[in-house]
Design a protein around this ligand. Structure first.
Ligand code: ATP
Length: 459
């Protein structure tokens, strides 16, 4: 891990730009705060994280179904969910420097007290807190600000909203899924997609943005059965996802249980998994909430459609309760990079940067090089090896610069293996395979390469 943890974020941001993982979006137009584009390697890494999540929470489970709902849904749905009435953060302005802040974040950082949602208490606490930008203690009154993005839609009279979470579509399609799939309780519906929140302050790179991706599962359970074992199993799966699939060091993750008095009235229990970030310590990565029957009851009431479940075995009609594991994909992406980033001294003069990404996540699994790019017979032989390997693995062909530079580049991208064809390869039909982590090299017969990599890449 980097020696100086404080500049780790800066190093990650710089590597992301330099190597095409993440760019500040629209920089040619001056950019937009908290708006990012995932570049060629970033989008591949993101897709691989999504695949791991989908494999673990959907494909490998018989009782979980996928869904891909729209970003814009009927506004009545957001009334039912409470987002139009209550999805608010408290904002406050510094009267001296005019900078705007999220009031509860200022208070929590200065005093450790979580006063989210209590305007009176926030205003009182702010009297003692200086503006982090200019040091003045001259605050406007804190006031609530709705975080949903509003827009207009042809053919619809009222405003519509960009979804602030993916879960809404799942509840809206509950009846369709029950009618079509005839699931037995417990069962789940999962979705991955963009969500939009008009955050007062964005920052810490992709940790908090206004447009981000979520991976959510609504898990419907029998309200009369003990929910605790299922809650524990889902929580364990969330931890397994970070540790086994994303390669996160378990010591960097902790559970945070929301105190009873902070829980929503319908929730029996909420636990977040937090990661020890280089900025400000432990921060939320994902949550697991027991939401009771709040969502289905609200949507039944607002839609006039019965959202119930008939349990054939016990001849009961019931409203299932919901357990909701909810992940932020961009935060997963960030912790993957934070965990993988290493600087290693490899000689008196040279330090290499290497992303020790798990092999299942690395955007490129195998990079193939001809030793020299101006030798057509070498380039042709290397291309042939590349064309064969890419049938089974994520591969990249690279003939830019010298081999040393190519290794440095692939190390920074996190490529676990590099394959080099040299002049001997033309005679002995072998290549040099170089391991990212140990930097050891071994000669392998071209005919055995595929088998060799299948072995090495076994989980
Ligand atoms: P926070 O307290 O950090 O604002 P939250 O508790 O409001 O998060 P949830 O509503 O539980 O977040 O959303 C589920 C997940 O979505 C979070 O655990 C987080 O990973 C992700 N998420 C929420 N807001 C953002 C954001 N503005 N940018 C990036 N990811 C986000």
């Amino acid at each position: 891990m980097s020696e100086n943890i404080n500049d780790l974020m800066e190093k990650i941001v710089s590597l992301c730009k330099r190597r095409g993982f993440v760019f500040s979006a629209g920089e040619i137009y001056g950019g937009l705060s908290g708006s990012y584009s995932y570049g060629p390697y970033g989008v591949t890494l993101k897709n691989k994280i999504k695949k791991q999540w989908w494999d673990r929470f959907v494909s490998s489970r018989d009782e979980v179904y996928g869904l891909d709902g729209p970003i814009i849904l009927p506004s009545r749905l957001w009334e039912a969910s409470g987002h139009i009435g209550g999805f608010n953060d408290a904002m406050v302005d510094c009267k001296k420097c005019r900078k705007r802040w999220r009031a509860d974040h200022l208070v929590v950082e200065a005093t450790g007290q979580d006063l989210e949602g209590d305007l009176d208490a926030l205003n009182k606490a702010l009297l003692e807190i200086p503006c982090p930008a200019c040091g003045a203690k001259k605050w406007s009154a804190a006031r609530f600000f709705n975080m949903m993005f509003k827009t207009e839609m042809n053919g619809v009279d009222d405003s519509v909203y960009l979804r602030p979470e993916t879960a809404g579509a799942i509840f809206a399609e509950f009846k369709n899924i029950v009618d079509v799939m005839r699931p037995k309780l417990p069962f789940g519906v999962a979705q991955i997609g963009k969500a939009f929140r008009n955050e007062i302050i964005v920052g810490n790179f992709i940790f908090r943005t206004r447009e981000f991706e979520q991976m959510e599962l609504e898990y419907f359970i029998d309200p009369e059965k003990d929910w605790q074992p299922i809650f524990s199993e889902l929580l364990k799966e969330q931890e397994n996802f970070f540790i086994d699939d994303l390669g996160i060091n378990p010591e960097k993750i902790r559970q945070y249980e929301h105190p009873k008095e902070k829980l929503s009235h319908y929730s029996q229990k909420t636990i977040d998994l937090e990661y020890d970030m280089p900025f400000g310590g432990f921060k939320e990565l994902c949550g697991l909430a027991h939401r009771g029957d709040f969502d289905l009851k609200q949507h039944s009431q607002f839609s006039n459609e019965k959202l119930e479940y008939f349990d054939v075995a016990s001849n009961r009609r019931l409203t299932p309760h919901v357990l909701e594991p909810s992940f932020g994909l961009d935060r997963c992406f960030l912790v993957v990079l934070l965990s993988a980033y290493c600087e290693e001294k490899i000689s008196e003069k040279e330090t290499r940067v290497v992303l020790r990404l798990p092999v299942n996540l690395a955007p490129v699994t195998i990079a193939v090089f001809p030793l020299l790019k101006n030798k057509p017979e070498l380039v042709a032989a290397a291309r042939k090896v590349y064309e064969n390997l890419r049938l089974n693995f994520s591969c990249e062909f690279d003939d830019n610069g010298n081999v040393g530079k190519r290794y440095r580049r692939q190390d920074e991208i996190g490529t676990p293996f590099c394959v080099t064809l040299d002049f001997d390869s033309l005679d002995d039909d072998s290549v040099t395979v170089r391991d990212r982590d140990t930097m050891t090299q071994e000669r392998i017969k071209i005919l055995e390469l595929e088998k060799y990599f299948f072995e090495r890449l076994k989980k």
